[in-house]
Design a binder for this molecule. Structure first.
Ligand SMILES: [Zn+2]
Length: 142
């Protein structure tokens, strides 16, 4: 069996359930998913790693009908507001790419999927979000 590698370094796969890890500003708590030398909000320069929640809600989205060759369209690109703070850009999966099927404020849960496999069987794993009601083991009627 091949290895699994994450397509982005902020998706953690080797520690139980997959999760995202952000860079959080020690000064104001702002979170980022890419490396920062200084905080864009308070200009602080001290950061720590923070494990992010895997659930959230849709802040905004767009249905993409035109993309680079080889990219299947249409798909739903979204900005997800994570429970507990933080914002991440990702695609919404397991949903018909139609406006009636996606809504602002819709609860979603993170899912991972194999984006590609190389000749040695190493799987490149990416993440997206699915409607929370469709995500395995997730209930939103608590
Ligand atoms: Zn800050």
């Amino acid at each position: 069996m091949g290895e699994r590698v994450s397509v982005v370094d902020y998706l953690v796969l080797d520690d139980g359930e997959p999760y995202l890890v952000a860079t959080a500003c020690r000064g104001c708590g702002a979170t980022y998913f890419e490396r920062h030398n200084a905080c864009g909000r308070c200009f602080g320069t001290s950061f720590e790693r923070r494990r992010m929640e895997s659930t959230g809600t849709v802040r905004s989205y767009t249905i993409v009908h035109r993309a680079a060759p080889g990219v299947a369209v249409p798909y739903v690109a979204a900005i997800i507001e994570l429970d507990g703070g933080g914002v991440v850009k990702a695609n919404i999966r397991d949903v018909e790419p139609e406006p009636a099927q996606v809504g602002l404020g819709m609860p979603v849960a993170m899912t991972t999927f194999v984006a590609g496999t190389d000749d040695e069987g190493t799987e490149a794993v990416a993440f997206g979000y699915s409607p929370a009601v469709a995500a395995a083991g997730k209930r939103t009627d608590a």
